[in-house]
Design a protein around this ligand. Structure first.
Ligand SMILES: Nc1ncnc2c1ncn2[C@@H]1O[C@H](COP(=O)(O)OP(=O)(O)OP(=O)(O)O)[C@@H](O)[C@H]1O
Ligand SMILES: [Mg+2]
Length: 281
């Protein structure tokens, strides 16, 4: 039997049957596609949730390490202040005793005076190191007054005039967040002193809508992108990590004409606890 005849004799399916088959096929395909998409979507959502959880864990870890670091710094500051400070004071007293009890020749007296002056300046340096290690004034003065004092100290230590501007009044700041902001400002001021060749600096702490905006501006030589990305420069990286730990952002911009501006934006809910007067600034 020819192929053509065989085909002609086969009963053709009724139209509605064909449609039913087609429909079933399509539905099956659509189901398969929808099923695939659904699986992909579920996987994507799960991956995003995992990523978010990992990010939260990393932030919690960074915050834990940070507070551990602050505690260690406070302990080192205490030891430097108490142990080293005590020893140096004993040394100074010993030199004074020598000068009193001996009748030294002129060169010996000059040597004793020089040693005594050296010990005095070392005691001052030790105090400064201890103060820098410990964000102590923060607990007593609060963030606003501490930053104002930091601006004054910067001027005294570097000779570069530095002003502090704020629109914050009667606020209470979270301690860990205050330490982070204080450390960012400290590191930024160190950069101004070391790199900027500036003749003026301004620290800003402003509440703008729902953000707390911290700025450190100078009128120095500006900054290039390549300098910020220099391998081994930990300062900016550390500042950025502190900002991130408070859900904030950090930008560093500058030009030869305008100097450099560091800006940190943090949601105010991370820093400002309330407008109460309990620890008013
Ligand atoms: N205010 C500034 N003016 C000009 N250049 C700056 C300023 N701040 C930072 N820089 C440039 O950005 C670079 C990176 O700064 P960063 O604080 O990360 O590192 P660093 O100060 O060199 O070293 P450290 O790790 O000790 O802080 C600096 O080396 C400097 O070239
Ligand atoms: Mg630096």
């Amino acid at each position: 039997m020819s192929r053509r005849l065989r085909h002609a004799r086969r009963p053709r399916p009724a139209t509605h049957e064909a449609e039913a088959v087609l429909h079933a096929l399509r539905t099956h395909q659509v189901d398969a596609i929808v099923g695939d998409r659904h699986v992909m979507l579920v996987r994507l959502i799960r991956a995003e949730t995992d990523l978010e959880r990992t990010r939260d864990q990393l932030r919690a870890l960074a915050a834990g390490l940070e507070s551990q670091r602050e505690n260690e710094r406070a302990e080192i500051a205490r030891e430097i202040h108490d142990e080293l400070g005590q020893s140096l004071t004993s040394l100074q007293l010993g030199l004074a005793w020598l000068a009193r009890t001996m009748t030294p020749t002129r060169p010996v007296r000059a040597k004793l005076d020089a040693m005594s002056a050296l010990v005095t300046s070392t005691i001052q340096s030790v105090r400064q190191v201890a103060v820098r290690l410990r964000p102590g004034p923060l607990d007593e003065l609060g963030l606003v007054k501490t930053l104002r004092a930091e601006a004054r100290a910067f001027k005294v230590n570097t000779g570069i005039p530095c002003v502090f501007e704020t629109n914050l009044r009667n606020v209470t700041c979270d301690r860990a967040a205050s330490i982070a902001v204080f450390r960012i400002v400290q590191a930024a001021l160190t950069n101004v002193a070391r790199h900027a060749q500036a003749s003026r600096a301004v620290i800003g702490l402003m509440r703008r809508r729902n953000n707390l905006v911290v700025t450190v501006k100078d009128n120095g030589r500006g900054i290039a992108r390549t300098q910020v990305a220099r391998p081994g420069a930990c300062g900016v990286t550390g500042m950025r990590e502190r900002a991130l730990s408070l859900d904030g952002t950090l930008t560093l911009e500058g030009s030869r004409r305008t100097g450099t501006t560091l800006t940190v934006r943090i949601p105010s809910s991370q820093v400002l606890i309330s407008r109460s007067t309990a620890l008013a600034q």
